[in-house]
Design a protein around this ligand. Structure first.
Ligand code: ATP
Ligand code: MG
Length: 434
């Protein structure tokens, strides 16, 4: 205790070092790969800790998604220690160390440029930090992290947690607190506002008052964040397993503006809201059951009611249904592209899922069989079920398709609806007037 007090006085920013008895995390709680990485680095004379989300999740008694390691070795030194490793990233170099299928991300301690004199020219006119790749010491590495609960360092060899910002007590108090001055930190990187909302929803924690307050007025800064980064962050949010809470929180904080620019509009239409919420709930349930979820499916759901609105409008203008649908899909994707760079590999699948929807109405002849052969049939069918659940499509259609899929071939033949469409009239040559 006395040593701790003395250290606090002499090293103003020194960490609290929490022993095993305080936090209860055993080295066996860490994956063997992560343990191997930290011990090999330490044997080579470097310091090495498990950092970030993994330590936070372990303290909360949750299973970490992955393990990240921070060290004072530079990327080349890390690379030299591990045979199966490679350096990734150009601007911001990290090392991926592989053991079997597991990948451990190893980063060198860095410091933030923040808004000190040195950072001049490294921020945009809104204060957003553009470069963040200068090595530093462990204390600086803690300082540059976003929330106190994300800045804990765990050393598997000593089973100690090094805590520079009282993250441990914040975790125990279920409090998300920004390191440093929240307003400045949001200005440096507006994405931290989304991260705050995501962690609060995902971990069932509360934002500390000072951390929460600036969000109400700073949301507009998100508009200056590159679209690709927003997309990544939005995806993390939607795949967090708590997307429903995240969306509700985003809306409450006014942060959905400029992200999915039309989400606001969608959520205000009763049908649209029901549909989006059903899709998100479905995603959260799949994640809880550890089933795979497809980002393309999710984004197709979020934007469906926009597509529907344009589709109907185009039809009313007299366009034929299918070309009108395709035109609406392109229109909606074009608008979203400016804000949210949805990668092409997803938009192609989204269009397929949307494009197959009218085909569920066709239940005669060979068409249902052809639809079932389509590689996207499963996703398109799941999408149809969401449309049914939201009341957009009659329940009977969903039931028909469910039975049809599971039926024998004779049963299927019997289920086909007689072709009621008027037969195309053969063109008969009119006898020419003599
Ligand atoms: P998750 O479990 O969702 O992956 P995480 O805390 O590991 O949560 P990551 O996005 O993987 O989140 O980031 C790893 C760590 O890097 C964080 O814990 C945090 O310390 C730091 N970090 C990430 N993004 C930022 C940011 N925008 N500003 C400051 N620090 C950040
Ligand atoms: Mg992580």
């Amino acid at each position: 205790m006395i040593r701790k007090i003395i250290r606090r006085i002499f090293e103003k920013n020194g960490p609290s070092i929490l022993p095993l008895e305080k936090h209860g995390i055993h080295r066996e709680d860490v994956s063997s790969c992560a343990r191997k990485v930290t011990s090999s680095l330490q044997e080579a004379g470097f310091s090495a800790f498990i950092v970030g989300g993994a330590v936070r999740d372990l303290v909360l008694g949750r299973k970490p998604k992955d393990f990240d390691v921070a060290t004072d070795a530079d990327p080349d030194e890390v690379r030299a220690i591990f045979k199966r490793s490679r350096i990734i990233g150009r601007r911001f170099r990290l090392v991926h160390v592989m053991c079997g299928a597991e990948v451990i991300e190893v980063s060198t301690f860095r410091r933030s440029h923040g808004l000190d004199e040195e950072s001049e020219g490294r921020t945009d006119v809104h204060g957003r930090v553009l470069a963040d790749n200068v090595f530093g010491n462990q204390e600086e590495d803690a300082q540059r992290r976003d929330f106190t609960v994300n800045a804990l360092f765990y050393d598997p060899s000593t089973e100690e947690i090094w805590d520079y910002h009282d993250g441990f007590s914040d975790l125990k108090a279920s409090r998300i607190r920004m390191i440093g001055d929240p307003e400045t930190r949001y200005r440096e990187d507006p994405v931290r506002m989304l991260r705050a909302v995501r962690f609060a929803a995902k971990l069932g924690m509360k934002l500390d008052r000072k951390t929460e307050r600036p969000i109400a007025t700073m949301g507009d800064l998100l508009q200056h964040v590159p679209a690709a980064r927003l997309f990544e962050e939005m995806l993390k949010l939607l795949l967090s397993g708590h997307s429903v809470e995240c969306i509700l929180e985003l809306r409450k904080a006014g942060l959905h503006h400029g992200l999915l620019p039309m989400l606001d509009v969608i959520l205000e239409q009763p049908m649209g809201e029901r549909f989006v919420m059903a899709a998100l709930k479905n995603t959260d349930e799949r994640i809880a059951e550890e089933k795979p979820v497809s980002p393309a499916f999710l984004f197709a759901s979020l934007l469906w009611h926009e597509v529907l609105t344009y589709w109907k409008a185009a039809e009313e203008k007299g366009e034929r249904p299918i070309p009108a649908l395709y035109e609406s899909m392109d229109h909606v994707l074009d608008i979203q592209q400016e804000k949210l760079a949805i990668p092409r590999r997803y938009t192609a699948t989204m269009k397929e899922i949307w494009g197959l929807q009218p085909r569920f109405a066709q239940r005669s002849g060979r068409r249902p069989f052809q639809l079932m052969e389509h590689p996207r049939f499963r996703a398109a069918y799941d999408f149809l079920i969401l449309r049914v659940a939201s009341g957009e499509v009659e329940a009977e259609t969903g039931v028909w398709w469910e039975i049809f899929q599971n039926a024998s071939s004779e049963e299927r033949e019997a289920m086909l609806v007689q072709d009621e469409a008027p037969k195309r009239r053969r063109r008969r040559r009119r006898p020419r007037a003599a």
